[in-house]
Write a protein that binds this ligand. Structure first.
Ligand code: HEM
Length: 203
C-alpha cells in the first residue's frame, strides 16, 4: 500500500479504476446506461476538473500570492521555477477540461441556447428565470476561463521567466497576473452558487 501511495501516477490510476467500478454499479440503477447515465458521467468529470482548476486557483489566492512576500529572495525560485509552473500546467488544462465538460452538459440537457442567452432565446417568460440564473454562473465561468488563457497564463509566462522579458515588463506582468487571478477568486464564489443551486431548485 505504501508502495502504491508513494507513486502519484499509480495512485491516480487506482483512484480512476475505483471510480469506474462505482460508475459500473450506477449503470445497474434505474436509468441503466441511457443518456441520463452519461449525463451523470459528464457531470462527474465536470466537477472533477472544476475542483482541480478552482482548487489550484484557491491555492494561488489563499496561499501562494499571500505568502510570497514573506519568502526570502534566495528561496523564491523554489516557487517561481518549480512549484508555480507545475501548478499552472494543471491549472490551465483543467480549466479547459472543465469548460469542455460544462458545454457537454449544456448540449446533453438540450438547454445550451436558453442558458447561454440567459433565457432570452425565443422571448422571455417567467419560466425562463432558471436559465437566467444558471446562465449567469456559466458566463462567469466562461469569463474566468478566458481570463486564465488570455491574461493569467501569458502574463505568468513573463513573470516566471518561461518567456524572456526585461525587468520592468516582468514586474508589470506579475502585477497583472496577480490582479487577474484575484478577479477569478472574486467571481468564483458566486459562480459556484449558480452551478450548484440550479438543479436543486429548478430541476
Ligand atoms: C467554464 C464553463 C462552465 C460551464 C459551461 C459549466 C456548465 C455547467 C452546467 C450546464 C451545469 C449543469 C447545471 C444543471 O443543470 O444542474 C453545471 C453544473 C455544475 N458545475 Fe459547471 N460549468 C462551468 C464551470 C464550472 C466551474 C469552474 C466549476 C467549479 C468547480 C463548476 C462546477 C459545477 C458544479 C459543482 C455543478 C453541479 C453539478 C451537479 O449538480 O450535478 N462549473 N455546470
Amino acid at each position: 500500500m505504501a508502495g502504491l501511495l508513494s507513486n502519484f501516477r499509480n495512485t491516480v490510476i487506482v483512484s480512476v479504476v475505483l471510480a469506474l467500478v462505482l460508475l459500473g454499479a450506477f449503470a445497474t440503477g434505474p436509468v441503466g446506461t441511457s443518456e441520463i447515465f452519461w449525463q451523470g458521467v459528464v457531470r462527474w468529470l465536470h466537477v472533477f476538473f472544476g475542483i482541480l482548476w478552482i482548487g489550484l486557483l484557491y491555492y494561488f489566492n489563499f496561499v501562494q500570492i499571500r505568502k510570497m512576500p514573506d519568502i526570502p529572495a534566495e528561496l523564491k525560485p523554489a516557487v517561481t521555477k518549480h512549484i508555480a509552473p507545475e501548478a499552472l500546467f494543471w491549472f490551465r488544462w483543467s480549466a479547459l477540461a472543465t469548460v469542455v465538460m460544462g458545454v457537454a452538459i449544456l448540449v446533453m440537457r438540450g438547454y445550451a441556447h436558453e442558458v447561454l442567452t440567459m433565457g432570452l432565446a425565443g422571448g422571455y417568460t417567467a419560466s425562463d428565470k432558471g436559465f437566467t440564473l444558471l446562465g449567469l454562473g456559466v458566463w462567469l465561468a466562461i469569463i474566468m476561463f478566458l481570463n486564465v488563457w488570455g491574461i493569467i497564463w501569458p502574463n505568468q509566462k513573463r513573470a516566471l521567466g518561461i518567456v524572456e522579458a526585461d525587468a520592468d515588463t516582468k514586474a508589470k506582468s506579475t502585477r497583472i497576473a496577480m490582479l487577474a487571478s484575484r478577479t477569478n477568486m472574486l467571481l468564483s464564489i458566486p459562480m459556484l452558487v449558480s452551478m450548484t443551486m440550479y438543479q436543486t431548485t429548478f430541476g
